[in-house]
Design a protein around this ligand. Structure first.
Ligand SMILES: NC(=O)c1ccc[n+]([C@@H]2O[C@H](COP(=O)([O-])OP(=O)(O)OC[C@H]3O[C@@H](n4cnc5c(N)ncnc54)[C@H](OP(=O)(O)O)[C@@H]3O)[C@@H](O)[C@H]2O)c1
Length: 313
């Protein structure tokens, strides 16, 4: 074969692969229909950690609208009460709220009593959502972190999802249905020097979900698995970025791009939830993040993040 022909075939294959990947992403976001969560939940509950605010709150509203009973666990009592009030005023579902610091589940006695209390209900859906990162002032300074802060992030982001999954899984296996959703992050897909504890724990969440899915595949157990790994979404977790981009010169650009690059939590969630139950057990949650994630895994270094955080100095 001539060298030129070889190059043409190679080029054709690369383009075909690129187009195929684009088609997969396009069909995931533009053809996906809402998964029938209610038929899985039946008269049971969806348990959402960190359900008072941000992504957890969006998920609570989404399920409530579909008539799914809810258990919301969060340590922000004020915001939890506000979310509960909004749900009660608008939807007729059974709603249980629990104010607690989820990191205390680390203690065997706390876990035992929590499990006893929770398993009085049939938990059909679990969303392991609560999570935290190193604060902006601690970025690029792992050596300066305190052991208590390290433990808190590790426990909330890594241990709690594992414990919660362990708690609900036997019931789901028995009933041969259930949904297990986890909040990973694009930070868990590649090395990230700014906040290595967050990045490390999010890698754990992603690989934990993939491994549990392999052990209990939908085809054999009826359980739907999903892990999300988005980049930045506008919630209280990312206010340090929002403040930064408001600075003169960037706000107009960001305003135009905001629903794509840095989406509102409502926009992102509405897109992300459609990727659950599609047969693809993981997603960035939006078309842009899906592209970003592909790019990030290969090329990301934290200069971009540094630039964004510097804006908010
Ligand atoms: N926002 C993003 O850009 C982004 C991107 C990728 C992944 N994620 C992941 O998505 C998940 C949700 O993030 P979010 O942006 O929605 O955050 P958020 O707006 O801060 O909401 C998280 C909720 O969890 C609560 N919470 C935090 N620590 C807790 C604890 N120890 N015990 C009980 N509740 C606790 C928070 O309470 P307080 O308000 O009192 O802290 C808050 O109500 C996290 O796992 C995060 O890592 C977020």
């Amino acid at each position: 074969m001539e060298f030129l022909t070889f190059l043409q075939i190679l080029g054709g294959l690369v383009v075909a692969k690129f187009l195929y990947n684009q088609w997969k992403i396009f069909s995931l976001y533009y053809y996906a229909r809402d998964f029938d969560f209610k038929s899985v939940a039946e008269d049971g509950y969806a348990l959402i950690t960190g359900g008072a605010e941000g992504i957890g709150r969006q998920c609570a509203l989404y399920f409530a609208k579909r008539g799914i009973n809810l258990i919301l666990v969060d340590f922000n009592e004020k915001k939890l009460n506000e979310t509960a009030k909004e749900i009660k005023e608008n939807y007729s579902i059974s709603l249980i709220t629990k104010v607690m610091d989820l990191t205390t589940l680390h203690e065997p006695e706390v876990y035992a009593s929590f499990e006893k209390e929770m398993l009085k209900q049939k938990i059909s859906i679990l969303f392991n959502n609560a999570g935290m990162s190193e604060e902006k002032k601690a970025f690029w300074n792992y050596a300066g972190s305190t052991p208590s802060k390290v433990t808190k992030i590790m426990t909330l982001n890594a241990e709690v999802p594992v414990l919660m999954t362990r708690m609900v899984l036997p019931g789901m296996l028995e009933r041969k249905k259930g949904v297990l959703m986890h909040m990973g992050s694009s930070a868990g897909l590649t090395a990230l020097d700014a906040n290595p504890i967050y990045a490390g724990t999010k890698s754990h969440v992603i690989n934990f979900s993939r491994s549990i899915e392999q052990l209990y595949p939908t085809s054999k157990t009826g359980i739907i698995h999903h892990v999300f790994y988005p980049a930045f979404i506008r919630t209280s977790l990312t206010t340090f970025l929002t403040k930064g981009i408001k600075k003169k010169g960037y706000e107009n650009t960001m305003e135009r791009l905001k629903d794509i690059v840095f989406p509102k939590v409502e926009t992102w969630f509405a897109s992300a939830i459609k990727t659950v139950g599609t047969g693809k057990n993981e997603s960035g949650g939006s078309w842009f993040f899906e592209q970003f994630v592909n790019y990030m895994v290969m090329h990301f270094d934290s200069r971009g993040l540094k630039m964004l955080t510097d804006l908010s100095e």
